[in-house]
Design a binder for this molecule. Structure first.
Ligand SMILES: [Zn+2]
Ligand SMILES: [Zn+2]
Length: 76
């Protein structure tokens, strides 16, 4: 499953944020975030996004600056 940044159109073979474990829901690297119920979460947790940035697996998006988010490769 490929992911793409909706700001700069960069694509990844997997979501870069999933390369680090999630500090919020304890999902291991390579697995999508999960809800307390155990179902797949609709979105990755924000703290995981920050952890990916800190680990260097996620770069700041270089796309259009008009979008207010600091981090690019989320899906919306
Ligand atoms: Zn981007
Ligand atoms: Zn999570």
């Amino acid at each position: 499953m490929r992911f793409s940044c909706n700001r700069c159109n960069r694509t990844w073979p997997d979501h870069p944020v999933t390369r680090v474990p999630c500090p919020t829901c304890q999902a291991p690297a390579g697995r999508w975030c999960r809800r307390p119920s155990g179902h797949r979460a609709a979105d990755l947790h924000v703290d995981r996004e920050r952890a990916a940035l800190a680990a260097g697996v996620l770069e700041m998006c270089e796309g259009p600056k008009r979008v207010n988010r600091a981090i690019g490769p989320m899906l919306r």
